[in-house]
Design a binder for this molecule. Sequence first.
Ligand SMILES: NC(=O)c1ccc[n+]([C@@H]2O[C@H](COP(=O)([O-])OP(=O)(O)OC[C@H]3O[C@@H](n4cnc5c(N)ncnc54)[C@H](O)[C@@H]3O)[C@@H](O)[C@H]2O)c1
Length: 252
Amino acid sequence: MAAVYSDLAGKVVLVTGGAAGIGAAIVRHFAQQKSNVMFFDIKADEGQRLARELSDQGLAAHFQRVDLTDIAALRAGVVEARKAHGAINILINNAAHDERHNTEEMTPEYWDDRVAVNLKHQFFASQAVLPDMKAARAGAIINFGSVSWIAGQGGMAAYTASKSGVIGLTRSLARDYGPYNIRVNAIAPGWIMTERQLEKWMTPAGEIELQQRQCLKRRLVPDEVAKFTVFLASDEASACTAQHYIVDGGWV
Ligand SMILES: NC(=O)c1ccc[n+]([C@@H]2O[C@H](COP(=O)([O-])OP(=O)(O)OC[C@H]3O[C@@H](n4cnc5c(N)ncnc54)[C@H](O)[C@@H]3O)[C@@H](O)[C@H]2O)c1
């Protein structure tokens, strides 16, 4: 760990989608900052393994299996988390699912399913933790977007629509809750080499495109997004709210 943000020690942090990918790196980084981290995911085995790995190191990380597309379960998960670990200070709305889809085959049901996994839970997780932050007159919410819609990526219209919606959500919440000293920001990652990206989407043609389009001529890794996330959640970023930060090595 390079930077230490002393204000993050002891903070209660909730990370969604924390069992894999960028979310798992974020969980690790907050745990290393000595925050009390809770994370939700549908991947029970991976979640339990990560919580065990961190608690074996004497760090505080607690996993709950929650399907975030089930808003009642999400709300119950937040109530349980609060009961176990106290009022939530920081929320990282990270979970998503970047499955590609064909526009002509889209059904109303699949559209709703894509919005549920890529946007809707960010609003309801925020709604669930805002009373804690209002009472504390402090808090930070970070919503995960994507550069895909800025870059004009095709083959995933419901995903890109959801991810562009993250910006509107972020700016509205920042306006409404700024008077309570609650900061709300969004991070838009570029192409970050998670296990899923490497397994599903990285191809020789993709590697060539990366080398051409990114300013930095190398693969970006989840740690690089996590490092920025802990900074943005910390008091070092105390004047930053209602913004959308791109972490993409200069792709867009
Ligand atoms: N990796 C990239 O290249 C990239 C690019 C742009 C944006 N992003 C964004 O960054 C964030 C993290 O992406 P990632 O690449 O680490 O994704 P990932 O697919 O590797 O991990 C996402 C995590 O969310 C969990 N999740 C998915 N659906 C869930 C549900 N219904 N309930 C609970 N948990 C659920 C998954 O199980 C997984 O652990 C996402 O918001 C994504 O849109 C990533």
